[in-house]
Design a protein around this ligand. Structure first.
Ligand code: NAD
Length: 491
C-alpha cells in the first residue's frame, strides 16, 4: 500500500459565512429552534461549517410546502414537455457545477475526488435519463365491450420523503429526484447528517431553474429527530429510503400505520465469485476494487470473496499485490484510490469487526497500518460461514476470503446471506456465467466487472433483506405513481 502525501485543500465559497439553512417553500430559513450541528472533514477532523438541525415544526413546514406545491397549477398542470425541460435544466445546472459538487462531497465524506466527480457526472446522466420519461410514460387502454371505454392513468403519489445515506450524497439524491419529479411528485429531501452539504448546494442550484418553489424542500438533521419527524408525518405519501437495514425495518413498521408507500435501498454482503478459468489479474483488480473502493463504504461492496479451491493460492497472491498497490491517502491527491473513513465513530465500528474476526479464529492480512481515520484494505482468512465478518455488513475496506469446490457450491455459498443486493462472477465460460447469474439471489449480478452502473436504464435494488422495490428501469416509475382505472359508459 502506498500512502500519498496530503494535497492542498480547496475552500469552496459555499462554506463561507453563516450556518447553512433549510430550504422550505423556496426560501432558506434557520431551524425554528435555532439549533445547528457541525459537519466535519474526515481527512482533517476540522469542522467545515454548521448546518440547521430541523425539528418537527420545520419538517411539518417542509411537508406543507411540498403539499402546496404538489397542488399548485405551476407544477400540477404543466405539460409533459415542460416537465422534461425543467429536468434538463436541472441536469445542466448540476453539470455546470460538477467540480464544485465533487469537491464538497470529497470534503464532507472523504471520498477521493475522482470518485466523487464520477458520481456527480453519473448523477447528471441519470437526471437526463429521467428527463425523457414525462413524454413517454403511457397509461393503457383496456379491452371493453363496445358500449364502454376503459383506460388507465398513471398519477403522482404526492409528497415524497427522500432520505439518503452519507456514502454517495449526490448520486443518491439524484436517483430519487429524477423519478419523483419526472412523474410529478414533490419532495422533502433529508440528506445524511454526516454529509449534508451537496444536498444544500443542489437546493441553491435548483433555484436557478424553472422548478417552482416548494417542489423540492431540504431539511437537514439526524435520523432520530429530523428523520423520525419526516417518516411519521401523516402528510408524507411515499418514503424513498437509502440506508441501513435496521432503519429500513423501522420505516416499514412506521409506514404500516398509514400504508405510506415505501422503497427501501438497504445494505449488502455481496459475493465476488472467481472461477478457475477467469482472467485472474482482472478478477483480482475487480475483487479489491469491489471491497476497497470508496473505503469499502458502499452498499454493493463485494465483501465475501469466494475463489475456486484449485486456484486459491495463485489468486490470493494477486489479491495481495493489488491491495499493496491500492493508494490510501488524501482525497484530493490524484493518486488516491481510497480516502479516510467517514468518522471516528464509524472507524471504531469497522475496527471492532477486526477484533470479531480474530475472536472467530480468523487471520488478518492488511496492506499497511491504520492511521487516523485511514484503514488499509484488509483480508480475513480462515473464517467459517458463521463468523460475524462473513454474515454482517461492515461498511469498511474488509473482505473475507473463502473457497468453493464447484458451481453448485459457489451458488450455495454466494446465497448464504440475509442480503441480496449484488454479486460478481468472474469466468471466461459464458454458459457458466449465465447459469450462475440465474441462480444467484441478488438484485444485480456483474460478470467480469464490478459496480458497473447504468444511467437509469437498468433496475437497481435488493433481493431479500437488501431492500424493497427498485430504483431505475421502468419499475421505478410505478413506484412513484398510482395507477387509476377509468371506466366510461358510452351513451
Ligand atoms: P442509516 O440507516 O443510519 O442512515 C441513513 C439515513 O436515514 C440518514 O439520512 C439518517 O439520518 C436517516 N435515519 C436514521 N434513523 C432514522 C429514523 N429513525 N427515521 C428516519 N430517518 C432516519 O445508514 P447510514 O449509516 O447513513 O448508511 C449506511 C447504510 O446505507 C449501509 O447499510 C449501506 O449498505 C446502505 N446503503 C444502501 C444503498 C443502496 O442503494 N442499497 C446505497 C448506499 C448506502
Amino acid at each position: 500500500m502506498l500512502t500519498v502525501a496530503p494535497a492542498s485543500r480547496p475552500a469552496p465559497a459555499f462554506l463561507d459565512g453563516a450556518p447553512k439553512q433549510l430550504l422550505i417553500g423556496g426560501t432558506w430559513r434557520p431551524a425554528a429552534s435555532g439549533e445547528t450541528f457541525e459537519t466535519r472533514d474526515p481527512a482533517t477532523g476540522r469542522a467545515l461549517t454548521s448546518v440547521a438541525a430541523a425539528g418537527p415544526a420545520d419538517v411539518a413546514a417542509a411537508v406543507a410546502a411540498a403539499r402546496a406545491a404538489f397542488e399548485d397549477p405551476s407544477w400540477a398542470d404543466i405539460s409533459p414537455y415542460q416537465r422534461s425541460r425543467i429536468l434538463l435544466q436541472i441536469a445542466d445546472v448540476l453539470e455546470q457545477h460538477a467540480d464544485e459538487l465533487a469537491v464538497l462531497d470529497s470534503l464532507d465524506m472523504g471520498g477521493p475526488l475522482w470518485m466523487t466527480r464520477w458520481l456527480v457526472d453519473h448523477s447528471v446522466e441519470v437526471i437526463r435519463h429521467y428527463a425523457g420519461w414525462p413524454t413517454k410514460f403511457y397509461g393503457q387502454t383496456a379491452p371493453a365491450d363496445p358500449g364502454a371505454f376503459h383506460y388507465t392513468l398513471r398519477q403522482p403519489l404526492g409528497v415524497v420523503a427522500a432520505i439518503t445515506a452519507w456514502n454517495g450524497p449526490v448520486l443518491q439524491l439524484a436517483w430519487k429526484l429524477g423519478p419523483a419529479l419526472a412523474t410529478g411528485n414533490t419532495v422533502v429531501a433529508k440528506p445524511a447528517e454526516w454529509s449534508p452539504l451537496t444536498a444544500l448546494r443542489i437546493g441553491e442550484l435548483l433555484q436557478l431553474t424553472d422548478l417552482p418553489p416548494g417542489v423540492v424542500n431540504i431539511v437537514t438533521g439526524d435520523g432520530a429527530h429530523t428523520g423520525e419527524a419526516l417518516i411519521t408525518h401523516p402528510g408524507v405519501d411515499k418514503i424513498s429510503f437509502t440506508g441501513s437495514l435496521a432503519v429500513g425495518k423501522h420505516i416499514l413498521e412506521v409506514s404500516s400505520r398509514d400504508l405510506t408507500r415505501v422503497t427501501l435501498e438497504l445494505g449488502g454482503k455481496s459475493p465476488t465469485i472467481v472461477f478457475d478459468d477467469a482472467d485472474l489479474e482482472a478478477a483480482a483488480r475487480g475483487a479489491v476494487a469491489g471491497f476497497a473502493q470508496g473505503s469499502g463504504e458502499g452498499c454493493v461492496a463485494g465483501t465475501r470473496i469466494l475463489v475456486q479451491a484449485s486456484i486459491r493460492d495463485e489468486f490470493r497472491a494477486l489479491l495481495l499485490r493489488e491491495m499493496e498497490a491500492y493508494a490510501l491517502g488524501d482525497p484530493f491527491h490524484p493518486d488516491t484510490r481510497m480516502g479516510p473513513l467517514i468518522s471516528a465513530t464509524h472507524f471504531a465500528r469497522v475496527d471492532s469487526y477486526l477484533d470479531a474476526a480474530r475472536a472467530d479464529g480468523g487471520t488478518l492480512v492488511t496492506a499497511g497500518a491504520a492511521r487516523d481515520l485511514y484503514m488499509p484494505p484488509t483480508l480475513i482468512e480462515n473464517v467459517g460461514p458463521d463468523a460475524r465478518v462473513v454474515r454482517e455488513e461492515i461498511f469498511g475496506p474488509v473482505a473475507a476470503l473463502m473457497t468453493f469446490t464447484d458451481l453448485d457450491d459457489a451458488v450455495a455459498q454466494g446465497n448464504d446471506t440475509i442480503y441480496g443486493l449484488s454479486a460478481s462472477v468472474w469466468t471466461r465460460d459464458l454458459a457458466r456465467a449465465h447459469r450462475v447469474a440465474r441462480r444467484l439471489q441478488a438484485g444485480t449480478v456483474w460478470v467480469n466487472t464490478y459496480a458497473e452502473m447504468s444511467a437509469g436504464t437498468v433496475p437497481f435494488g435488493g433481493f431479500k433483506q437488501s431492500g424493497l422495490g427498485r430504483e431505475h428501469g421502468t419499475d421505478v416509475l410505478a413506484a412513484y405513481t398510482e395507477v387509476k382505472s377509468v371506466m366510461i359508459r358510452l351513451p
